[in-house]
Design a protein around this ligand. Structure first.
Ligand SMILES: [Zn+2]
Length: 521
C-alpha cells in the first residue's frame, strides 16, 4: 500500500523531508509526539479501520491516528508495513525475561500466565516488576497451587517450578478434598484474587481426581468475584468415559450452574480428533448464552511435564493411538522404556507431545484448523519456559544459549498463524486473523480487567502497544528440533510507547512492560 501524501504546511513538510532522508528512523527534535509510527497500513479490528495512517504517541498512549504527516521526537517509518495492535497472549507459562524477549520477536506485547496461574500472587508480580520486562505481564490465582499446598503441605513459591516439583507427589492429583479442605483451597485462591490476580487458573487436567463439588465451589468463587476461570479441562481422551467431550460438558455445566465466565485453554490439544463433536457442544452452549470462551495454538503438538496424568494408564488409547515415539524430550523421541524411566526419575521434565500430525495427514490438519478457527476463539500460545540441560534459563540472558529448548510455540505462535493461516493458506483474512490475536483476547478479559479496554486496539486513547510487520515475509522459524530461533518480519514492536524491537532487532535495555493487574478495593 502506498502512503497518501498530504501537505500540512511548508515548514513542517520541509523538516519532514529532511528527516525522511536519514533512513528508517528519523529524528525530528522538538516534535509534537514522543513517537510516530508513520505511513503504515493501520488495521484496527474493532472499528474496521484499514488504511494508510500515521499514529502519534504521547506518554505511552495513542493520541492521534491521521492521514496527515506527524512530527515526533522519534519517527518510525512503517511504509509498506501492517500496523496493528500488539498481540495479547492469554496463555504464557514462560514468564522469565528470556522468554519475554522471544515473545517480543513474535509480536506479543502482553503475555499473561492465566492457565496455571500462581500463588502467592503478590510474590510473582513483585519478582517480575523487580527484574523488568519488555512486554506486559500478569497472573491468575492458581487453584492447582492451592490444592497442592492444601494436600501436600508444600509452600507455593510464585514460580512454575513449584508445579514441576509437585510432580514427585501424587496425592494432590487423585484424591478428593474434604469440605474443610475445599474451604481452605477457596480461601487461598481468594487471597490471590485480593492481591490483584486476573482470574482463577484451573489446571483441572493435572488433578483429575478432584470432586465435582470442589469444581463448582471454584466456579462459584469466579462468578462471585466476577473474574473468569481459565481452564485446562479435566480429561484429554478421545474414548469414553472420562473423555475430552465429557470434560467440556463439565465446563458447560459449571458455567450454567454458577454463572461464571469459563475460558477453555488450548481447544486444539484437549479436543484432538474429537473437535467436530466438541465444537457442536460449545456452539450450542454459547448460542444459549453461556459465558464460555476459547483459544487455540497453530501446532499439532503440545508440551507438558513427562509425569503428567495424561501419560498414565491406557494413555496410548486415550490419545487416539499415540506411542512413546510421539513424545520427545529436547527433540529426541522416547521409547517405551526411556519414557517409563523419565516418568520415574524426572517427572517434572518438560516434553513435547504430538497429538495430531498435520504434516503427515490432511485430516489431522483439518482437525487442527477447526480448533484454531473456532468461531470467536483467540490465538494463544501456551508458551513454555526455556531450559538448557534441563535447567530453567532465567535472568538477563540474551541471546539464549545454543541448546535452549522449549516447544516452538514459545517463539513462533503468532507469526506462524500469520504465515500459515493468513498468508499461505488464506484460511482467514488479515483483519480477522489480527482480531483473534488482539481484540478477542482483550475482550475476554476486559469485563473484569478494565486495563484491557485500552489494549487490542489502534484507537485514540488506547495504550501504544503496537506491531509493524511485513506481511510478505513475517514468519516463525522455530521448529520442534530447533526451537531456539526468533521469528522474523516484525520490524517494530512497541510496548507502552517504547520500541522493544526496532528494525527487527531487540532493544535490549528497553523494559517498558507493565503489570496487568486488577485494582482491588
Ligand atoms: Zn494446558
Amino acid at each position: 500500500m502506498r502512503a497518501a501524501c498530504i501537505v500540512i504546511g511548508g515548514l513542517l513538510a520541509a523538516s519532514l523531508a529532511r528527516a525522511q532522508s536519514s533512513g528508517s528512523e528519523r529524528a525530528a527534535a522538538g516534535g509534537a509526539f514522543d513517537l510516530v509510527v508513520a505511513n503504515g497500513r493501520v488495521i484496527d479490528p474493532e472499528t474496521g479501520l484499514d488504511g494508510v495512517r500515521s499514529v502519534g504517541i504521547r506518554n505511552g498512549r495513542i493520541v492521534t491516528i491521521s492521514r496527515a504527516r506527524l512530527r515526533g521526537r522519534t519517527v518510525l517509518d512503517a511504509t509498506g508495513l501492517v500496523v496493528a495492535p500488539g498481540f495479547i497472549d492469554l496463555h504464557a507459562h514462560g514468564q522469565d525475561l528470556p522468554a519475554a524477549r522471544m515473545r517480543a520477536f513474535d509480536g506479543v506485547t502482553t503475555a499473561l500466565e492465566l492457565e496455571a496461574g500462581t500463588l502467592p500472587v503478590s510474590t510473582a508480580y513483585d519478582r517480575v516488576a523487580r527484574e523488568g520486562r519488555p512486554i506486559n505481564y500478569g497472573f491468575s490465582a492458581s487453584w492447582l497451587f492451592a490444592r497442592i499446598a492444601e494436600k501436600e503441605g508444600m509452600k507455593p513459591t510464585g514460580e512454575l517450578t513449584f508445579f514441576q516439583e509437585a510432580q514427585r507427589r501424587k496425592g494432590w492429583q487423585h484424591t478428593l478434598a474434604s469440605p474443610d479442605e475445599i474451604a481452605r483451597i477457596i480461601a487461598r485462591i481468594e487471597r490471590g484474587l485480593q492481591e490483584g490476580a486476573l482470574g482463577i487458573g484451573v489446571l483441572a487436567g493435572y488433578a483429575p481426581g478432584y470432586g465435582r463439588k470442589e469444581a463448582f465451589a471454584v466456579a462459584q468463587l469466579a462468578a462471585r468475584v466476577g473474574v473468569p476461570a481459565f481452564t485446562h479441562v479435566r480429561y484429554t481422551n478421545v474414548i469414553e468415559p472420562q473423555s475430552s467431550f465429557e470434560a467440556i460438558e463439565e465446563v458447560v455445566s459449571l458455567a450454567a450452574g454458577s454463572g461464571a465466565h469459563i475460558h477453555i485453554h488450548h481447544l486444539n490439544s484437549t479436543s484432538m480428533r474429537d473437535i467436530p463433536r466438541i465444537a457442536e457442544l460449545l456452539r450450542g452452549a454459547k448460542g444459549r448464552g453461556l459465558r464460555i470462551t476459547t483459544e487455540a495454538y497453530p501446532y499439532g503438538a503440545g508440551s507438558t511435564v513427562v509425569g503428567a496424568e495424561i501419560f498414565r494408564g491406557n494413555w496410548r488409547e486415550r490419545l487416539g493411538g499415540a506411542t512413546a515415539g510421539d513424545i520427545e524430550l529436547a527433540g529426541v523421541a522416547f521409547t517405551d522404556s526411556t519414557l517409563a524411566e523419565a516418568q520415574a526419575k524426572t517427572p517434572g521434565a518438560w516434553i513435547v507431545s504430538h497429538f495430531l500430525r498435520p504434516d503427515r495427514s490432511a485430516a489431522d490438519q483439518n482437525y487442527l484448523d477447526e480448533s484454531v478457527l473456532f468461531p470467536g476463539g483467540a490465538i494463544a500460545s501456551d508458551a513454555m519456559p526455556w531450559t538448557s540441560k534441563g535447567q530453567p534459563i532465567t535472568g538477563d540472558v540474551w541471546p539464549l544459549p545454543e541448546d535452549a529448548f522449549a516447544h516452538p510455540r514459545s517463539a513462533g505462535t503468532y507469526t506462524r498463524f500469520l504465515r500459515d493461516y493468513v498468508r499461505e493458506r488464506r484460511k482467514v483474512t488479515l483483519p480477522e486473523g489480527l482480531r483473534r490475536m488482539t481484540l478477542i483476547p482483550a475482550q475476554i478479559l476486559e469485563a473484569s480487567v478494565p486495563q484491557m479496554k485500552r489494549k487490542g486496539r489502534v484507537q485514540v486513547g488506547a495504550d501504544a502497544d503496537l506491531v509493524a510487520f511485513d506481511l510478505a515475509t513475517v514468519s516463525d522459524r522455530a521448529t520442534y528440533t530447533q526451537p531456539n530461533q526468533t521469528s522474523v518480519g516484525m520490524r517494530y514492536v512497541i510496548v507502552n510507547g517504547t520500541a522493544v524491537i526496532r528494525d527487527g532487532k531487540l532493544v535490549r535495555d528497553a523494559l517498558p512492560g507493565r503489570a496487568i493487574r486488577r485494582a482491588v478495593r
